[in-house]
Ligand binder design. Structure first.
Ligand code: MG
Length: 293
């Protein structure tokens, strides 16, 4: 299923989208929770309830709702992987903005950091570059995996059993803050710096995530394009690494890293400016587009 979260006339709801993205089935009106985390943590039973709700739900033209991030208030910080595509890792090192590399271009182990839950925002919502005091706002298009059940010390061979689906995030970053504070959390966590969506696609609809392609355009200009197969640390390695130390819980969102082509990959850097628009596409999740203010 392709789930969306939405607001219609002040009411929050969960829906699913038809393939043409014109009609939304209002699952919450048909009895399902308006919180996608509580649906996915029920596992197969939750999905069965969603399918049942879809059979008796009302059809709404998509124009009549405002889409939100599928997980607008995650239970805890978004877990992220830095420097996880070879070419991006090289461009980041070369840019001089990486204060944490210690001269090591390609990391030996996954670089893990988090973004505050309050940075999450929805499709079409503005990215507030104007609130970045360092005026160095950059985009990072990423595939995010969503954890569906609790797990600790998950081996790579079991990793996909713990993933219930996929979404897109834009890991928006204030580069100068990332550099000045010698740690990435603040520069990655400004309010509105984690656009997410437009859909959450369940894992049964994406059998081979390594075949997904991440494409980012700024004002229509192609900036990033790579295959998820190019990750330095693949999805099973990420799951194994994080869960070797931290219990993963349903609703955890793990952003897998961004390909080459971010603003600091250019010389001089091409930071986001008010009036810009960033669109990240991963088929079949859709296009996550946000204006910059
Ligand atoms: Mg990133």
């Amino acid at each position: 299923m392709r789930f969306v979260a939405f607001i219609k006339e002040g009411r929050t709801g969960i829906g699913c989208l038809d393939p043409h993205e014109e009609i939304l089935l209002d699952l919450t009106q048909a009895g399902l929770s308006d919180n996608l985390i509580s649906v996915i943590e029920m596992g197969e039973q939750g999905l069965d309830m969603a399918r049942e709700a879809a059979r008796k739900s009302q059809q709404i033209p998509i124009q009549q709702v405002r889409l939100c991030a599928p997980f607008p208030i995650p239970r805890r910080n978004i877990i992220c992987v830095g420097k996880n595509y070879f070419e991006h890792s090289k461009e980041f090192e070369k840019s001089g903005f990486d204060s944490t590399s210690g001269g090591q271009t390609i990391p030996d182990a996954p670089v893990i950091f988090t973004k505050a839950t309050t940075s999450v925002t929805g499709p079409k919502e503005p990215i507030p570059a104007s609130s970045d005091p360092s005026k160095s706002t950059d985009y990072e298009g990423e595939l995010a995996v969503v954890v569906g059940k609790q797990g600790y010390k998950i081996p790579q061979s079991e990793a996909f059993n713990y993933i219930c689906g996929y979404t897109i995030i834009n890991d928006v970053t204030a580069r100068n803050l990332q550099q000045v504070h010698k740690q990435w959390f603040l520069g990655k966590s400004l309010n509105g710096f984690c656009p997410m969506g437009p859909t959450f696609v369940t894992a049964d609809e994406i059998k081979e995530p390594t075949k997904l392609k991440v494409t980012t355009r700024v004002n229509g200009e192609l900036r990033q394009q790579a295959s998820v197969a190019d990750l330095i640390f693949d999805i099973p390695t990420i799951i194994e690494t994080v869960s070797s130390l931290i219990t993963l819980i349903p609703g955890d969102i793990i952003a897998t890293g961004t390909p080459a082509g971010v603003g600091i990959g250019f010389s001089p850097p091409r930071f986001l400016q008010p009036g810009d628009s960033v669109a990240i596409e991963i088929d079949p999740i859709g296009v996550l587009e946000n204006p910059v203010i």
